[in-house]
Design a protein around this ligand. Structure first.
Ligand code: KDG
Length: 321
């Protein structure tokens, strides 16, 4: 195993479960392409590829998959000093199937090392030294102790003035809807930025459209909301104003991890000094670009790629006028 890369004190800390990914890209073949996933790891890598200082709080097994993840984060310059290795549990994994109705995720993660996160094994000093803590509904759904850990991390972060970013990332294979509804609502009220998908909110509420979904988020106590509308861009509530950011037209082939890429790129842009509006526009482009390749991590764009994309979009707009 390589020595852990130290990136200095991280500005962004993400907390949750990394996974080994097996992607069934070619439906005619029985082979799966191995990659990496786990929403919190995806978001951390997305932020690091934009140049942010990022660290991850998690647990992996003493197995080869745990080693592969540590090597990945080292290559990506994600700080691993708060990642514990668990000799008693495996690293989780998931499988992506591409069906005519979209991507289907299946999991092998029950009892995984990350699901053994709990309030007693949280590196609180590490979390309270950051500017942002990013957590998700998946981090809460993987086990009761991990859910407690998320709330304990939020409480410690808030007491230290660290801002909270939250993605509901609803996965109903992992927890029942009623529990998810109560937990997500409670967490929204604690968050500085809430980044749900429209699909999540329509499942969690009676909302029939984006406007009603936004209202549900605001009624739940959200301050800033970035409601991701899939192919229709995003609807944002910031500083008392609601506005939409249109989608970028790209050749999307795999949307796995697009929301995580959005979160990581958004937080990285804020840490680099962008306004909320500019950070949303930046993340919207990064998320579009990540859908043009297979898997959650491999296609996440670097800052250079996002900047080039903006340049080419500006040229296209110039020629169109
Ligand atoms: O958002 C993409 C994730 O769903 C994927 O990487 C796997 O973290 C994962 C999960 O729990 O679904």
């Amino acid at each position: 195993m390589t020595a852990a890369v130290q990136v200095g004190k991280p500005d962004i800390v993400t907390l949750g479960e990394p996974l080994i990914e097996f992607n069934h890209i070619d439906r005619a073949s029985s082979s799966y392409v191995q990659g990496f996933g786990g929403d919190m790891s995806n978001a951390a890598i997305a932020a690091a590829r934009q140049g942010a200082r990022v660290g991850i709080v998690s647990r992996v097994g003493m197995d080869r998959f745990g080693e592969l993840l540590l090597e990945l984060w080292d290559r990506e310059r994600v700080d691993t000093s708060a990642v514990a290795r668990d000799p008693q549990a495996n690293t989780g994994m998931y499988f992506i199937s591409h069906t005519p109705h979209g991507q289907l995720l299946s999991y092998l993660r029950a009892g995984s090392a990350a699901s053994r996160l709990c309030p007693d094994n949280l590196p609180l000093d590490y979390i309270t030294g950051a500017r942002w803590l990013h957590v998700s509904g998946i981090s809460q759904a993987i086990s009761a102790s991990a859910c407690d850990a998320v709330f304990a991390a939020i409480a410690a972060a808030q007491a230290a003035g660290v801002k909270i970013s939250y993605d509901s990332n609803l996965r109903l294979q992992l927890w029942p809807l009623d529990r998810a509804r109560i937990t997500v609502r409670a967490t929204v009220a604690l968050s500085d930025v809430f980044l749900p998908s429209l699909d999540d909110i329509t499942a969690l509420s009676d909302a029939a459209n984006a406007e009603q979904a936004m209202q549900w988020c605001l009624d739940a106590g959200a301050r800033m909301v970035v409601l991701k509308l899939g192919g229709d861009g995003v609807m944002v509530h910031a500083d008392g104003e609601i506005f939409r950011v249109p989608p970028h037209r790209v050749d999307a082939i795999d949307v796995t991890g697009a929301g995580d890429c959005f979160a990581g790129a958004f937080l990285a842009a804020l840490c680099a000094g962008a306004s909320q509006r500019d950070a949303v526009a930046y993340a919207n482009a990064a998320a579009a670009l990540t859908t043009t390749g297979f898997g959650a991590v491999a296609p996440i764009p670097t800052r250079r790629r996002v900047e080039k994309f903006f340049e080419s979009e500006a040229k296209k707009a110039q020629y169109a006028n």
